[in-house]
Design a protein around this ligand. Sequence first.
Ligand code: NAP
Length: 489
Amino acid sequence: MSSTATEKSVLESVPKQLLIGGEWRDASGGATFEVEDPATGLALCSVADATPEDALAALDAAVAAQAGWAATPPNERSEILHRAFLALGEQADELALLMTLEMGKAIAESRGELAYAAEFFRWFSGEALRLDGYYKTSGNGASRVLVMRQPVGPCFFITPWNFPNAMGTRKIGPAIAAGCTMVVKPAQQTPLSMLALARVLEECGLPPGVLNVITATRSGDVSAPVIGDPRLRKLSFTGSTGIGKKLIAQAADQVLKVSMELGGNAPFLVFADADLDAAVEGAMLAKMRNMGEACTSANRFHVHESVAREFAAKLAARMGALSLGRGTEDGVDVGPIIDATQRDKVAELVDDAVARGATCLTGGTKREGAGYFFEPTVLVDVPAGARVLGEEIFGPVAPVATFSTDEEAIAAANDTEYGLVAYVFTRDLDRAFKVCEALETGMIGLNQGIVSNAGAPFGGVKQSGTGREGGNEGIAEYLETKYIALNLG
Ligand code: NAP
């Protein structure tokens, strides 16, 4: 098949309707919206545009399925997740192409995301078998303490466009393992990957109503009635800090259990004693994974003044050699930015830095023509106060600033309302631990440029959010603790 024919066949095979109670159905009223290819600006296909009534119908289905699903043996829940883990591997070619078409990242990156997404199903298929409680004699010996863990109940998940599958499986995996049902609302730019994921889970034996998917353009309108419904027990959101704050306020009304995976402004610290080549390698991963459109993306590089020039030159050589293009094409490393608004914001941050005195070592401009491309960019001599150091860039831009003492580096790293992740490159063990202890983040990459791992607790502090996804901690977000005081007479 020609590549266009393959794209067509992959697009045709994806469900375009809402999944509610095990049925694929049109939005009430029949409205649809177009999904765009950010590499061309052209429409790929249309999907159902849910109404608030559809969203409540999806919640009805989740509520109706909850008791039966909670009573399903853990072995069955575990096996469904394991089958889904295998299925994502078997269908990786088609799912990666679909993701690249709607989101833009190069095919190799989409494959990487799918492998990461699948790992959450593998991890939580194990966790389903390890749900436990405990029994003990109270201190005074008068009674017994019995503690059990039960599924929280129906959940609502809102996910972003940057990792269209992985940000879903990080929530869906533990919810399935714990025995929770759910309604999922993916981002409007990337609904197809979530619809395809729902189909995979359906084929792997997930019963009707456990997972319901609504795609919509009026996100606030369809979400508000679900969040305000007393039958909902949990809200888990991945997205920007601004929207996260609004959702926390809405969730307060029903005192919902919330998990918030929000924005970041990750500092990347390179000390004078670092292995510079390893630091550049780590920088490429931390900066260029997902074209910089990751909450974990290294947003600013603070490099010791004695090695800053050399580090920046090496980084610029690597960044300048990347090839920009449609993610489906062979040899392309960097795809388009998700849309014109985001691409223009990246351009604005670069222009602001240059106007304040920064120098561009490579890149610096958007590419004219179809699609939303921005060249991989390295900026040096970026002065304090430049917007690019304070705001989440979400694009392939690496601003380099310098420091002279460890204290200065730590202060610069912590000078942000965000606290998701930081990267530290040093070969001095004492320094490494002192700096890690002082950094105000939920995660740290120590001499490595990537932290994402299904078996580790992912999440942030400060305005980067609350709660953890993955690791031993991930399942706890979907369980309530119930204590029974036992009187044995
Ligand atoms: P966003 O604008 O906050 O959107 C995220 C999701 O929220 C989308 O599904 C969006 O739907 C929905 N949404 C928007 N307004 C809403 C409202 N009023 N009520 C309910 N839902 C609403 O974020 P984004 O631009 O898609 O994603 C980028 C952000 O996500 C970045 O800040 C990034 O750092 C963060 N992120 C964080 C993590 C993490 O784990 N900490 C991981 C990935 C991304 P529409 O598509 O319809 O707008």
